[in-house]
Design a protein around this ligand. Structure first.
Ligand code: LIP
Length: 274
C-alpha cells in the first residue's frame, strides 16, 4: 500500500486542470443534460471530465481503484485499498446555469482516509490542495479557518440537495429557519459541497452543514479542511466518515454553536439520505 503521495498530488492537480479545461470550454455554452434527474443533472461534460480523470489516474496508478460520481452503480464498495474518489463536476447545476461556484474534486483515499485532496475551481482558477500531514493550500498560499467567534458575526452555508420530497425539504427549511434566527450574519446555499467546505478551510465561510452528499463531494475537501485546521464531524459532532453522507464543518469556535442549533432543530442522523 506504499503510495507516492507527491506523485499522487501531481496527478490529482494535472487531472483537475485537465477536467477544468473541459469545463471552461463549455462554460456558459449549451450543454446537454443527460438527465440523471432534473434536480441532479449530469452533462456530457461531467462524463468527459470523469473519463479524462480515470484514464490519467490509471496511467500512473494502474492497480488503484476508482470511485467516480458518473460511473457509480449504487454501492460505494469502499475498501481499504488505494481508491481515487472523484467528482468530475461538483456544482453541476451551477455549471449548467453558468454560475461560477463549480469545481473538480479529486481525492486519493487509503484505508478509507483521504491522503491527497484537490478541489479546483476552473472559473476562478483557485486550486485547493492538501496532502495528509502537510497543511492545506489555495494555489501556493497556506490557508486556515476564520477567527469568527459567534453566530451573529458568522456566514453559514448549507444546501437544499436534490431531493424534492416535501418532508425532506420542510426539514431543511425548518433547520435553516433556526440557523438564520440564531441569528447569523449570512446564510447561503452556494451549490457546491466541495467549494463550501474549502471556503470554511480558507476562512471565507465560518460553518457549513449538509446531509445527503456522497463520498466524491466530501473526500478531497475533508482533507483540505482538516489540514487547514477546521473541525469536520458528523452533524452531531461524532467522528466524520466520507461514506456517512452527513457533514458539519466549521472553525473551532463556531462548530459547537452550529452543532447545537442544528441538532436541537432535529437534524437527522438517520436515515442518511438527501
Ligand atoms: C451536489 C453538491 C451540492 C449538494 C448536492 C449535490 P453535484 O453535487 O455539491 O452542494 O447539495 O446534493 O451533491 O451533483 O453537483 O456533483
Amino acid at each position: 500500500k506504499e503510495v507516492d503521495l507527491d506523485l499522487a498530488l501531481q496527478v490529482a492537480i494535472e487531472g483537475a486542470k485537465g477536467a477544468g479545461g473541459l469545463i471552461l470550454k463549455s462554460f456558459r455554452k449549451d450543454v446537454v443534460n443527460k438527465k440523471k434527474s432534473l434536480t441532479d443533472p449530469v452533462t456530457e461534460v461531467d462524463l468527459a471530465c470523469e473519463d479524462l480523470l480515470r484514464a490519467l489516474i490509471a496511467k500512473h496508478f494502474p492497480t488503484h481503484k476508482f470511485l467516480g460520481e458518473e460511473s457509480f452503480e449504487g454501492s460505494y464498495n469502499l475498501s481499504d485499498d488505494p481508491t481515487w474518489v472523484v467528482d468530475p463536476i461538483d456544482g453541476t447545476a451551477n455549471f449548467v446555469h453558468g454560475l461560477q461556484w463549480t469545481c473538480v474534486s479529486v481525492a486519493l483515499v487509503v484505508d478509507k482516509m483521504p491522503m491527497v485532496g484537490v478541489v479546483f475551481n476552473p472559473v476562478t482558477q483557485e486550486m485547493y490542495k492538501a496532502v495528509r500531514g502537510k497543511g492545506a493550500f489555495m494555489n501556493d498560499e497556506k490557508i486556515s479557518p476564520s477567527q469568527v467567534e459567534d453566530m451573529p458575526s458568522a456566514c453559514i452555508c448549507t444546501e437544499f440537495g436534490a431531493n424534492r420530497d416535501p418532508e425532506v425539504v420542510q426539514k431543511k427549511v425548518d433547520i435553516m429557519h433556526k440557523v438564520i434566527q440564531s441569528p447569523v450574519q449570512a446564510l447561503r446555499c452556494l451549490g457546491s459541497c466541495a467549494l463550501n467546505m474549502c471556503a470554511v478551510a480558507s476562512g471565507n465561510v465560518d460553518g457549513y452543514y449538509e446531509w445527503g452528499m456522497h463520498p466524491w463531494d466530501v473526500a478531497a475537501a475533508f482533507l483540505i479542511c482538516t489540514e487547514a485546521g477546521a473541525v469536520v464531524t458528523d452533524l452531531d459532532g461524532s467522528a466524520f466518515s466520507i461514506t456517512a453522507r452527513r457533514t458539519l464543518v466549521a472553525n473551532a469556535k463556531i462548530q459547537p454553536q452550529l452543532k447545537k442549533i442544528i441538532m436541537d432543530a432535529g437534524a437527522p442522523m438517520q436515515p442518511s439520505v438527501n
